[in-house]
Design a protein around this ligand. Sequence first.
Ligand code: BGC
Length: 268
Amino acid sequence: MSNRKLEGQVALVTGASSGIGEGVALALGEAGATVVVNYVTKPEVAQTVVDRIVAMGSKAIAIQADVSKEDQVQAMFLKTIQEFGTIDILVNNAGIQKDAKFEDMTLDQWNAVLNVNLTGMFLCSREAIREFLRRGLVPERSVACGKIICMSSVHEIIPWAGHVNYATSKGGVKLFMQSLAQEYGNRKIRVNSIAPGAIQTPINRAAWETPEALESLMTLIPYNRIGKPEDIGKLAVFLASDDSDYITGTSIVIDGGMTVFEGFATGG
Ligand code: BGC
């Protein structure tokens, strides 16, 4: 079936029990991929994502792991490979915010964000690349040997006062992704980022949960709507599939125009 373009491929999505990760896991499952739904807390919530993917006719399991912990990440990849034989697609989605005024930011807030958002990508990508290299190209499944998608943010471009730890992590994701793409392009491993703007998820609830907050958010978004996890899911399917085979080392912004700086529409 043409809409099941990821049939036969195994995808692991970190932080897949809610928000953008959930949207991506569901979209990959709908496209025929077998999906590993990674989560840290709330196994019952992760299981509902698994159940929805299974109901679409694809395989899925939930695996608990804190992506910032080397032993847990290695155990998760081992379990994935034991269960499904290999992994073809990694979506480095897990991410957190611990917002604070810079002068009040604690070392714990700084470390927590860098550990999950950046070190987590390092640990998961390293395991994925080891497996891609071990397995080699399987042309019946994909013309690429493996695909890595990093969930970045418009804040790899837009500085963000009050969120210095988060913006730093996303700036880091940009060169992490590009350097990996450079290092492994000749092994036919593609590495790209998705840079979402404001997507309606628990991480930014305060920005959309009241009409006043939403109205203020809309002053930043020329297209005048908040994004949905499904918007990101569709892009993830494209980047994971052979349709995007000539795309590597790129960050694709998906933000309703946030990065065209709406404030300049009437000013400047
Ligand atoms: C953040 C959200 C924010 C959005 C746009 C995302 O990366 O996680 O909290 O709404 O960027 O500013």
